[in-house]
Ligand binder design. Structure first.
Ligand SMILES: [Zn+2]
Length: 177
């Protein structure tokens, strides 16, 4: 539990593989905090029940450095091909390891991707790369953006759903080295 001078209301997170975190405004009394925790106990347990490893990642013995190299190769090849199809130009590709993000696209044309994507099904990695490249044409998530994604990958929803279902487990994955 953490008190934050900036928090305007409480926030409860149950990250995969980590203790639950409660952030409350400084003004919240101890009694209120305790009541909140009592109320949310079942919700926390429910979140935990959903966090069953299903991807079998632990048994793969993945090394992070090898996975980063593989991710860079796969992403670069895909981005090069797809950028040509979309008629967009990117500046560079960055492979990162944020625990919250699959990909991003800076206004200056740097595309960033999470190395853990290399552990997802190939179509999922493909979708994330295409998604970020589409942002070079449409920087937001407007209707025209999704129209563009759909034109390039008609089955993108399936990949998005995979990320919604398995993404938290994959993002929490820590490699052996
Ligand atoms: Zn996006």
């Amino acid at each position: 539990m953490r008190r934050s001078p900036r928090a305007r209301r409480w926030r409860l997170e149950v990250p995969w593989g980590e203790p639950a975190r409660l952030t409350v405004p400084r003004s919240m009394s101890r009694v209120e905090v305790e009541r909140l925790l009592r109320e949310k106990r079942f919700w926390i347990e429910e979140q935990r029940r959903r966090q069953l490893p299903r991807l079998g990642l632990e048994s793969l013995g993945v090394s992070e450095s090898a996975a980063r190299i593989a991710a860079r190769e796969l992403v670069s090849a895909l981005a090069e091909e797809e950028a040509g199809q979309l008629g967009v130009v990117y500046r560079r590709i960055r492979i990162g390891g944020q625990r919250t993000l699959w990909g991003s696209c800076s206004p200056r044309g740097t595309l960033s991707f999470n190395w853990r994507l290399v552990l997802a099904p190939a179509e999922v990695l493909d979708y994330v790369v295409v998604h970020e490249l589409c942002h070079l044409r449409v920087p937001n998530h407007s209707r025209s953006f999704w129209g563009l994604v759909e034109a390039r990958r008609p089955h993108w929803r399936k990949q998005r759903d995979w990320l919604l279902e398995h993404g938290p487990e994959l993002l929490a994955f820590k490699a052996s080295e």
